[in-house]
Design a protein around this ligand. Structure first.
Ligand code: TEU
Length: 598
């Protein structure tokens, strides 16, 4: 992205695709997520770092991405791999120094790539000085910076069941920790080392805004905001928080008391005003918002409201969850996926904007999840990429996705590192309702560690990630699936992603065309059109390992040309019918006038 293209609009002015004003630069952009711990090590300690990332900037430029989102590199006890921060304005020695970050940022900027920092401000680490003060006494000035509450009435503080509400933590166990120092409990929606900040307190908000301005002054180009829709808790008039219904397991579901709470939009608008005003649309602001519906998605991303540019929603990555929750995966019904995407595409059209993603550091690898990571790995990885990238929105690529990296396929519990997985194992064993085999199967399908194995750079030991012992096992398939091999092979997943990214840069239909879902009831074929100014793109993806014959007479232009496809000889429409081969993706362009129906 050139600075010329990035400085045109002020967020708060125009809706993307509104004909009066040029569309914001991020309608033409693709974002790449780096999870530094697993990206590239430089010093042989087995943990990726900033100097390692610096060695790979030319790779990112070759891929063609416009923005890098860097998962947290701040000073942290690493209880949740950096999502537990104890100093927002310094770098953890594991990853390097502020100078290293400056060098990485400069190298990316030189290549026209912007940099987003991960902003984790729903909670801090319990080792953050703010929390140390808050914990020290009930009348400390920072006491109210976190959520301290007495035990439930007539209960012994600290006893099981005495927690102020019945909420479960998202990492298993109760969401409250008893603290002996002052005899009260504090709230932690994630681990007990991640106490939730109290955004009701204006001094908390001002401290956060000040820190954000400091990062903007250092030259960052925006933020990915971690669970930003959990910052407003639903407090009762007497200041209490409520018990919530139990959905599965022993605890209340905290969603109703925390997701998109009463003041979330007010807080974000205040943040926008205090931190982003005057930045002339050059920034990218993307919120991570679990549990968000299209209605809230519109409010978050409507530029006239001045909150965010776009949000990560979770509906499409929750469709394969069974009744037992996150580790109880079941096969995807493609019709559900189309219904969800169709709703978001229609709902945000001309007002808001979608963030498009399959993978990130919390999700299993898409080729193993919705594709076939065996015989049809190339075809299914590229088909899934085609479908995602051709939607209206800004696509996000998670490190290794562009190589078609697969799930870890770990077979023993000792391979796992992620706190969410380990806490789930402990809780399941404690409750005793699932066997170890079921636990292993659940983790193999859904553990966040699936996405956290090191990036596979080449066929040398440890995949070129480190000269030491990697903090988590490298996937043994690195000998065949790696960046070096794929860069040398024009028919690789890597080069296919390059083409998709270039298409996003170059094609106004991909950027701003409207969206119509086709064949919503077809169980195996994903089909839609994108149209703009008399041109229509027809996008087709076969989500199965069998041939699929579809009748598209109503939607095929008389004359079409191939835009992109993942078979050397792309499927040919014949009399309005297309036969898609296993996992085939096909994008055709034509005029909007269609052939008359036979
Ligand atoms: O994730 C929040 C979130 O809602 C989930 O995706 C979470 O990872 C978990 O899997 C719920 O089952 C964000 C970060 O992306 C994640 O890495 C952090 O652990 C979490 O917030 C806390 O900061």
């Amino acid at each position: 992205m050139t600075s010329e293209s990035s400085a045109r609009t002020e967020p708060g002015d125009s809706a993307p695709g509104d004909a009066q004003t040029p569309a914001p630069w991020w309608t033409r952009a693709v974002v790449y997520q780096i999870y530094p711990r697993s990206f590239q090590d430089s010093d042989g300690d087995g943990i990726g770092d900033l100097r390692g990332a610096l060695k790979r900037v030319d790779y990112l430029a070759e891929l063609g991405v416009d923005v890098v989102w860097l998962s947290p590199v701040y000073r942290s006890p690493q209880d949740d791999n950096g999502y537990d921060i104890c100093d927002y304005q310094d770098i953890d020695p594991l990853f390097g120094t502020l100078d290293d970050l400056d060098r990485l940022m400069a190298a990316l900027h030189e290549r026209g790539i912007k940099v987003l920092m991960d902003l984790v401000v729903n909670h801090t680490s319990d080792e953050h000085p703010w929390f140390a003060e808050s914990r020290s006494s009930r009348d400390n000035p920072k006491r109210d910076w976190y959520w301290w509450r007495p035990a439930r009435a007539r209960m012994e503080p600290g006893a099981p069941g005495a927690e102020p509400t019945n909420w479960g933590s998202l990492f298993s166990g109760p969401a409250w920790e008893y603290d002996e120092v002052t005899g009260e409990h504090y709230l932690h929606l994630f681990s007990r080392k991640q106490p939730d900040l109290n955004w009701e307190n204006p001094s908390v908000r001002q401290a956060i805004y000040e820190m954000m301005r400091w990062w903007l002054d250092r030259g960052v180009d925006g933020f990915r905001m971690d669970v930003i829709n959990l910052i407003s808790k639903d407090i009762q008039s007497d200041g209490s928080l409520r018990d919530t219904p139990v959905i599965s397991g022993p605890y209340g579901d905290p969603s109703t008391g925390t997701i998109n709470g009463p003041r979330v939009h007010e807080f974000l608008r205040e943040m926008h005003h205090e931190v982003f005003s005057g930045h002339s649309g050059a920034l990218l602001l993307v919120g991570e918002t679990p549990g968000t519906t299209v209605g809230d998605g519109l409010l978050f991303s409507d530029p006239r409201r001045g909150e965010l540019n776009m949000v990560f929603t979770f509906e499409h990555v929750s469709l394969d969850q069974g009744p037992g929750g996150k580790f109880d995966l079941r096969p995807l019904d493609l019709r559900d996926l189309k219904a969800v995407f169709g709703r978001w595409q229609a709902g945000l059209l001309n007002v808001g904007w979608n963030a498009l993603y399959w993978d990130n550091h919390d999700q299993p690898r898409i080729v193993s999840r919705f594709g076939d990571d065996g015989a049809c790995r190339y075809e299914s990885a590229t088909m899934l990429a085609t479908i995602l990238h051709l939607h209206r929105g800004t696509p996000y690529v998670y490190q290794g996705e562009e190589l078609g990296m697969t799930n870890a396929h770990f077979t023993t519990l000792d391979c796992y590192r992620d706190i969410e997985s380990l806490r789930y194992v402990a809780q399941s064993r404690e409750l005793g309702h699932v066997s170890d085999d079921q636990i292993l199967a659940g983790l193999a399908a859904a553990s966040r560690d699936n996405a956290r194995t090191p990036v596979q750079w080449d066929a040398s030991p440890s995949a070129g990630f480190t000269t030491g012992k990697p903090w988590i096992a490298v996937n043994p398939n690195y000998r065949t699936i790696n960046a070096e091999a794929e860069r040398a092979d024009p028919a690789s997943v890597f080069h296919y992603y390059r083409r998709l990214i270039a298409l996003r840069h170059d094609d106004p239909v991909v950027q701003l065309g409207d969206f119509t879902m086709l064949l919503p009831e077809h169980p195996h074929v994903y089909a839609f059109t994108r149209s703009l100014n008399g041109t229509r793109m027809l996008v087709l993806g076969n989500f199965s390992g069998d041939d699929q014959k579809v009748d598209l007479a109503k939607h095929l232009a008389r004359k079409t040309e191939l835009v992109i496809g993942n078979y050397p000889e792309p499927a040919q429409p014949l009399d309005g019918t297309v036969i898609l081969r296993p996992w085939e993706a096909l994008v055709l362009r034509g005029a909007t006038s269609v052939r008359p129906k036979a």
